[in-house]
Write a protein that binds this ligand. Sequence first.
Ligand SMILES: [Zn+2]
Length: 102
Amino acid sequence: MSLPSCPHCNKTSISWWQKYKAAKWALIHCKQCKGHACSLPYLLVFYTMLYVWNVMLFGYLTYVTGNLWYLLTLVVIWVILDLYSVYLPLSAIKTKKPPQQN
Ligand SMILES: [Zn+2]
């Protein structure tokens, strides 16, 4: 499995750990081109809603019924979401160029 590539320079300069953290709303700083990247924001909002849905539904069912299988289901879905979060596509963050001085 090769390393993820930077959306700016397309070099494999981003680690899987950085990509995992990007799925938790962290920014990525490319070591090669010094560019900034993040996970695709709209997809990240949807993905975060899946985490919230998982905790609210199965947490509620565990609380109401007292059945620990719902808690186990919550943990399993959480782990699956975490594993697939490294496959969220990255988006380049464009910075403003410094003003030209004459
Ligand atoms: Zn780069």
